[in-house]
Write a protein that binds this ligand. Structure first.
Ligand code: ADP
Length: 599
C-alpha cells in the first residue's frame, strides 16, 4: 500500500470502509474456492458412472452452488461500494487539501511554476493515488488472502504438485520487485511529458487571440506537434514495459498450467493403472476429479498472481504521483500570518508608507525606493506615473501579496507585517488591472465577496460602476454568463463589473488599478462622481494613466522610476512637481492635436 505523511491518516479516517471491504472480499474468496471442489466431485461421480446413487449429493451441490453465487454477488457489491467509496473520498480529500494549499501560496509561486503542471498534479496524479486505494486494495487483499486460501487447499489435495506449481510463482515476486523502481521512473517521465502538454495547451487557449492576431497558428501547431510527439513517445515507452510485464506473467502462468497438466496427468494415469507414485511413505493418489479441482484452484490462483504484478505497477505510479503531490503540499507558504497577528477592526483607512523600499525576488534593482507618505482616512488619492514606475507594485504591497520588511507600511497605525492577513484583505476592495471575471453569472461575479448578497446591493454596485444599464440590456440581465474570462463582454464592461465587485464589499479602503482606462470620458466622469459621493469618508486610491482621471481627487501621488516625486493636490503639484507639470502639459497637447489620452 501507499504510505506517506499526507496519506497515512486516511487509513484511520476510512478504516470502517476498508474493514468492510476487506471482510466482504475475504468472504467472497473463501466461498469461491468451493466451486472447483464441487466440479471435481461431479467429474468423479460422472467418471464412476454412479449418477443414480449420488443424486442427492448432486442436488446438494447444485443448491450450494446457487447459494455461493448469491453470496459472491452480495460480497462483490459490498466490497466495490466500500473500497471505491474510500478511494474516491481519499482523492477528494487530497484535492481539497491541495486547493487550500493553492490558495495560500503566494504570487511568487505562481510566477515560478507553470499552471499546466499544477493542473496535472490535481488530475492525473490524484487519479493514480486513487487507483492504489481502490483497485490496489482489492488486488492486495485478493493477492494475499485468495492465494493463501488456494495454496492451503492445493497442499491439502497434493503437496508435490503444489510445490512444483509454486516455484515459478516465486519468480513473479522477484520480477515484481525489480520492475517497481523501473516503472516508477517511467511513470514520472510520462507525467512530466503530460505536464508539458497541459501547460502548452493552457497557455495557447488563453492567448488564442494573440496567436490569431499574429498569424502564428502554424508555428504553434509545429511546437505543439513536438510536445505531443514527446508525450506519445514516453507513453508508448511506458505501455511497452507495462505490457511486457503483463506478458511475462501470462507466460509464467501458462507454463505452470502445462506443468500441472503434465504432472497431474501422469499421476492420474499412475493411479488408474493401480501403481500410484510413492515417495518415501507418501502414496500419491490422484483422480480425474482431483486434477480438475487442482486446475480449478490454479485458475483461481492466476488472478492473485496477476494482482501482485498489478500492485507493483500501480504502487510505482502512485508513489511517483504522491511524491509530486507531497512536494506541492509541503511547499513553504512564504506569505503567512505573524506569530501574534493583530486583527484589523473598524479600519479608518489611514495608510502610512515609511521609507518603503521593495525589490522583487528575481530582480537586482528595487521596484520601489524610499517611499514615505501618509494617506489620511477618507482621502481619495490618484496615482500617476509612467508605465513601470511602480504604481501597481505600491498598491499590491498593501494587499500583502509579497513579503516586505517590518516598519515600512502601517494601516491605521498597525504595522502591516503584524496584521492578520485575512482582516487586512477584508479591509480592502481591490479592482485588479486584468479585471479577471469568473465563468459565472454577472450577479455572482459582482457578489463574489458574499455569495448571499442581496440583488439590490449587486445592482447598487453596478450603478456605482455605471454598468447597470448595459447589464439590463443583456437578454439574461444579471444572469448573463460572463464566459471563460468574460470574453463575451467588452473591455470596458469587464472593467466596470470588476469595479462593482470591489465596491459592494463596502470596505474602508478601495484600490482601483488602472480601472477606467477602457471606458469613455463620460462614463469615467460618472464613475468619478460616484466615487466622490458614495465613498465619502472612505479611503479610495485610483491608479490612472490619464491625469484628467485623478486631477479632481483629494491628492495625487506622482511616481517616477520607483520613487514618489510628488504627493499633493493637483493645483499644488502643478507648482511644485516638474514631472507632474510635464505630464499635464503633454496630455493637454495630445488632446489639442486630437491624439489619444496617455502618458
Ligand atoms: P506600473 O504599475 O507603474 O506600470 P509596476 O508596479 O507594474 O509598474 O512595475 C514596477 C517595476 O517592477 C517594473 O520595472 C516591472 O518590470 C517590475 N515588476 C513588476 N512585477 C514584477 C514581478 N512579478 N517580478 C519582477 N519584476 C516585476
Amino acid at each position: 500500500m501507499l504510505f506517506g505523511k499526507h496519506v497515512n491518516r486516511f487509513y484511520l479516517k476510512y478504516c470502517l470502509f476498508f474493514l468492510l471491504g476487506v471482510a466482504a472480499l475475504v468472504v467472497v474468496d473463501v466461498f469461491q474456492l468451493y466451486i472447483p471442489e464441487y466440479l471435481g466431485e461431479i467429474v468423479d461421480i460422472l467418471n464412476e458412472g454412479a449418477i443414480a446413487e449420488n443424486m442427492e449429493r448432486i442436488n446438494d451441490i447444485i443448491v450450494m452452488t446457487v447459494i455461493i453465487a448469491f453470496i459472491m454477488f452480495g460480497g462483490r457489491v459490498i466490497w466495490r461500494l466500500s473500497l471505491f467509496h474510500a478511494s474516491t473520498k481519499i482523492e477528494a480529500d487530497l484535492r481539497h487539501k491541495m486547493f487550500l494549499k493553492a490558495e495560500r501560496l503566494s504570487q511568487t509561486y505562481y510566477h515560478e511554476n507553470k499552471v499546466g503542471n499544477i493542473i496535472s498534479w490535481f488530475t492525473t496524479d490524484l487519479e493514480a493515488i486513487e487507483e492504489i486505494y481502490g483497485w490496489g486494495s482489492i488486488s492486495l487483499v485478493d493477492a494475499i488472502f485468495l492465494s493463501v486460501f488456494v495454496i492451503i487447499k492445493m497442499f491439502l489435495l497434493d503437496w508435490l504438485v503444489t510445490i512444483v506449481a509454486l516455484i515459478p510463482i516465486a519468480l513473479i515476486f522477484v520480477w515484481g520487485f525489480m520492475v517497481e523502481k523501473f516503472m516508477s521512473m517511467k511513470w514520472e517521465n510520462r507525467q512530466k511529458a503530460l505536464d508539458e502538454v497541459y501547460d502548452f495547451s493552457q497557455e495557447n487557449f488563453t492567448g488564442i487571440r494573440v496567436i490569431k492576431a499574429f498569424v502564428k497558428e502554424t508555428q504553434q501547431l509545429h511546437a505543439f506537434a513536438k510536445i505531443a510527439k514527446k508525450n506519445q513517445d514516453v507513453n508508448v515507452d511506458f505501455v511497452r514495459y507495462s505490457v511486457l510485464f503483463d506478458i511475462c506473467i501470462t507466460i509464467i502462468c501458462a507454463v505452470i498450467v502445462c506443468i500441472i497438466l503434465g504432472l497431474g496427468g501422469f499421476l492420474v494415469f499412475q493411479t488408474i493403472e493401480g501403481s500410484p507414485l510413492i515417495i518415501g511413505d507418501y502414496k500419491i493418489e490422484f483422480s480425474n476429479g482431483d486434477l480438475i479441482t487442482f486446475i480449478g484452484y490454479f485458475d483461481t490462483l492466476v488472478w492473485p498472481v496477476i494482482a501482485f504484478g498489478q500492485i507493483f505497477v500501480m504502487r510505482s505510479r502512485a508513489k511517483a504521483s504522491l511524491k509530486r503531490v507531497s512536494r506541492f503540499l509541503d511547499q513553504e507558504e512564504d506569505i503567512k500570518n505573524p506569530d501574534n497577528p493583530v486583527t484589523l477592526k473598524d479600519v479608518k483607512g489611514e495608510i502610512r508608507f515609511n521609507d518603503f523600499t521593495f525589490s522583487y525576488a528575481n530582480q537586482k534593482t528595487p521596484a520601489l525606493k524610499n517611499i514615505s507618505l501618509t494617506i489620511k482616512p477618507g482621502e481619495s488619492v490618484g496615482v500617476v506615473g509612467k508605465i513601470g514606475s511602480g504604481k501597481s507594485t505600491l498598491m499590491n504591497a498593501l494587499l500583502r501579496l509579497y513579503n516586505i520588511e517590518k516598519g515600512m507600511i502601517y494601516i491605521d497605525g498597525v504595522d502591516m507585517m503584524d496584521a492578520d492577513i485575512t482582516s487586512l484583505r477584508e479591509a480592502i476592495g481591490f479592482v485588479p488591472q486584468d479585471n479577471y471575471l469568473y465563468s459565472d453569472t454577472i450577479e455572482k461575479n459582482i457578489a463574489f465577496a458574499n455569495p448571499k448578497m442581496q440583488l439590490s446591493l449587486v445592482e447598487e454596485g453596478a450603478k456605482f460602476a455605471d454598468v447597470h444599464s448595459n447589464i439590463v440590456d443583456f437578454p439574461s440581465g444579471y444572469q448573463t454568463i460572463t464566459g471563460e474570462r468574460g470574453v463575451s463582454l467588452s473591455g470596458g464592461q469587464k472593467q466596470r463589473i470588476s469595479i462593482a465587485r470591489a465596491f459592494v464589499k463596502k470596505s474602508p479602503i478601495m484600490i482601483m488599478d488602472d480601472s477606467v482606462s477602457a471606458v469613455d470620458i463620460k462614463t469615467e466622469e460618472t464613475i468619478l462622481d460616484n466615487i466622490k459621493r458614495e465613498r465619502k469618508g472612505l479611503t479610495t486610491i485610483l491608479i490612472a494613466s490619464r491625469v484628467s482621471t485623478v486631477m479632481h481627487l483629494d491628492k495625487i501621488i506622482v511616481m517616477n522610476e520607483g520613487t514618489v516625486e510628488g504627493f499633493d493636490t493637483h493645483e499644488n503639484l502643478l507648482k511644485s512637481c516638474p514631472t507632474y507639470k510635464k505630464m499635464v502639459f503633454l496630455q493637454e497637447l495630445e488632446k489639442e492635436i486630437g491624439g489619444d489620452d496617455g502618458e
